[in-house]
Design a protein around this ligand. Structure first.
Ligand code: MG
Length: 310
């Protein structure tokens, strides 16, 4: 049986439903309506905007709506999908969760991810405490403000992906993007459980990849995005919840780096510069290569580059 699928605007589908009012049939799941025309064409309109025409006169029937048709041969532009992930400005002043991570570009140390829940009536207090974009804060301020946030009893969830686990996931084929997506996802879910029935107006993730890629990553672990989840780059400068999450994650990263430094016996540098390459060589000479698995992201190019200092 000939079949044709086109995509239409919401308005066009409303018009169709009125037009076919006399010939409507039971609506299948996921559909807006189904109709069977006098010429035995079955027309099914789906919530996705797709309309399927089935029957010998499918083309003639579809042509009736031709002018309203959206080209179905091309996928909808990504921008259109992404716009649904852009937070409304009102979110920043309402009860929301924000999440951010630290340590992803650092050869030494774990990835830390924190989600924080901020109520609208706490925003002023957080500003008073100096919560702001952590990129503008010194390490000392980050540690101090993180302590203040904890004393506030602001609900948060902090996850630390230690180096041994990181390296084993990486060897299993996980990209760093997938690790980050799962860390954000679990931190947010833990926090949602913590806050229980408190009103939550939305969730904002500091964007590190396209939202559809994030969704793909968590789908490989059979997870879905919670309702009202938004993505935004540099979100920590617009949302105090993301800024708080960012400060908690950074403070935790600093703390973990202190612990690792005392275990290894050297002050581990941040980042992934030449300074790091030199330090790797020192560590290998003093402790052997295997110790890197417990304190470094070993797949970084630095591991190889350190060879020249051995
Ligand atoms: Mg970030």
């Amino acid at each position: 049986m000939p079949q044709l699928v086109n995509r239409y605007s919401k308005g066009a589908i409303e018009k169709m439903k009125k037009y076919y009012a006399e010939s409507l049939q039971p609506t299948p799941q996921g559909a807006i309506f189904r109709a069977r025309t006098a010429h035995a064409v079955v027309v099914t309109a789906f919530k996705s905007g797709k309309v399927m025409f089935q029957g010998n006169s499918a083309e003639t029937e579809a042509n009736r709506w031709g002018s309203e048709q959206i080209d179905s041969s091309k996928p909808a532009p990504k921008k259109r999908e992404n716009s649904t992930f852009t937070p409304p400005v009102s979110l920043f002043n309402s009860n929301h969760i924000g999440s951010d991570e630290a340590g992803t570009g650092d050869y030494f140390g774990p990835i830390t991810t924190a989600a924080a829940f901020v109520r609208s009536d706490q925003l002023e207090l957080l500003k008073e405490l100096g919560v702001q974009d952590s990129k503008n804060l010194s390490d000392a301020s980050i540690r101090k403000i993180a302590m203040d946030i904890m004393h506030l009893e602001l609900p948060y969830s902090l996850l630390i992906l230690h180096n041994e686990k990181y390296n084993s996931l990486q060897k299993k084929g996980w990209t760093q993007g997938k690790m980050k997506a799962m860390l954000h996802h679990h931190a947010i879910n833990n926090l949602r459980n913590k806050i229980g029935s408190t009103q939550l107006d939305g969730i904002l993730i500091d964007q590190f990849c396209e939202p559809y890629i994030y969704k793909k990553h968590i789908a490989t672990e059979k997870q879905e995005l919670a309702n009202n989840t938004f993505f935004m780059t540099k979100a920590e400068s617009s949302s105090l919840a993301v800024a708080a999450g960012s400060i908690i994650a950074r403070a935790s990263f600093l703390h973990e780096m202190d612990k690792l430094s005392s275990q290894v016996g050297f002050t581990l540098p941040k980042g992934a510069s030449k300074k790091v390459d030199v330090m790797i060589a020192k560590i290998i000479k003093a402790n052997g290569r295997s110790v890197l698995n417990t304190c470094a992201k070993t797949h970084f190019a630095n591991t190889k580059k350190a060879g020249q200092y051995l």
